[in-house]
Write a protein that binds this ligand. Structure first.
Ligand SMILES: C[S@@+](CC[C@H](N)C(=O)[O-])C[C@H]1O[C@@H](n2cnc3c(N)ncnc32)[C@H](O)[C@@H]1O
Length: 304
């Protein structure tokens, strides 16, 4: 029944990977957070809550997407502060701009640029890139593990931060083990490509590895808390819509058309086993929030 899938196309340079990601997120941008499932918005609010933002703070949000972090961060800093969101995907940046406009947050901007380097031509965008030492917080909400060079990016953020600055990162812990059979059912049909597959040397493989990387990048105090987040789906249709609205679509875009029907049936059979009597589904993800400060934290700054 299973067709042997050809090998995954090799994207062997960092630039290839970034171009592929920009395309992927451009395709998900029209429906991201718009299929009736609340997911990234709540995680964004939680990340901002962990970062102790004060009115007047100057902020950067890397991989800003549709504004899940950027909007609550800009609300927290208020009109005396500033916030810049950066994303590779034009579709995502358009959505962030729309969200900022709708919320009246005129002190916040979103630009299409590479978040690893934060270096763009001042004349090409509404705002110049931030100067070294000028930022109170850099946010990376569910984004930094996509970067080909997270170590260099962390060192760049350290340069941009002021003496009381912090880098606030959200990233995934262990996926819900109840869903393992769903992903096992789909795996034979794909070409091995998953947006969340981490390279062997990724610092996002463990809390210890991330802390070591951030300390090497020059951060003085690093803390992580892990929280559970339950995502609810009305039924299997809504789950499918949601997958296609996120980076999860990368796997499904690579399933050959000739095996798509079988692949979906295999997954639907596993989803059926997870459904509650009312047909709904829940997925409990472990989400990690890491705060890295440029100086040792004071007692009042320690994470809950
Ligand atoms: C899963 S989305 C998260 C978006 C948003 N922060 C949120 O919490 O909903 C990841 C985002 O990171 C962006 N991204 C990935 N690599 C990037 C890079 N090198 N520079 C800028 N943006 C990047 C993607 O385009 C995408 O919008």
């Amino acid at each position: 029944m299973t067709e042997t899938a050809p090998p995954q196309p090799v994207t062997d340079t960092a630039q290839d990977r970034k171009t592929a990601l920009a395309g992927l997120f451009d395709r998900s941008a029209p429906t991201y957070e718009r299929v009736g499932v609340s997911h990234f918005a709540e995680l964004g609010r939680r990340l901002v809550g962990h970062a102790d933002i004060l009115p007047g703070d100057r902020l950067l949000d890397v991989g800003c997407g549709t504004g899940a972090v950027l909007v609550p961060a800009a609300e927290a800093t208020g009109f005396t502060g500033s916030a810049i969101g950066v994303d590779l995907s034009c579709g995502m940046v358009d959505r962030s701009r729309e969200a900022l406009r709708a919320a009246g947050l005129t002190h916040a901007h979103a630009v299409v640029a590479d978040a690893e380097t934060i270096d763009w031509d001042a004349g090409e965008h509404a705002v110049p890139p931030p100067a070294n030492g000028s930022l109170d917080a850099v946010f990376a909400g569910i984004s930094m593990f996509f970067f080909p060079h997270p170590r260099q990016a962390a060192a760049r953020y350290r340069e941009l931060l002021s003496p009381r600055g912090r880098l606030a990162i959200s990233w995934w812990g262990r996926p819900d083990p109840r869903w393992d059979p769903v992903f096992a059912a789909s795996a034979p049909y794909g070409r091995g490509g998953s947006s969340h597959a981490l390279p062997e040397d990724s610092p996002f493989r463990s809390v210890e590895a991330l802390h070591a990387m951030l300390e090497e990048a020059g951060f003085a105090a690093v803390e992580t808390v892990e929280q559970q987040y339950v995502t609810r789906f009305r039924g299997t249709h809504q789950w499918w819509d949601w997958v296609w609205s996120t980076a999860g679509r990368m796997f499904w875009e690579q399933v050959p058309a000739s095996s798509m029907e079988h692949a979906k049936a295999a997954v639907d059979a596993e989803l059926d086993r997870l459904r509650a009597p009312d047909g709904s589904l829940t997925n409990t993800s472990a989400v990690r929030f890491t705060i890295a400060r440029t100086q040792p934290s004071t007692a009042t700054e320690t994470m809950p």
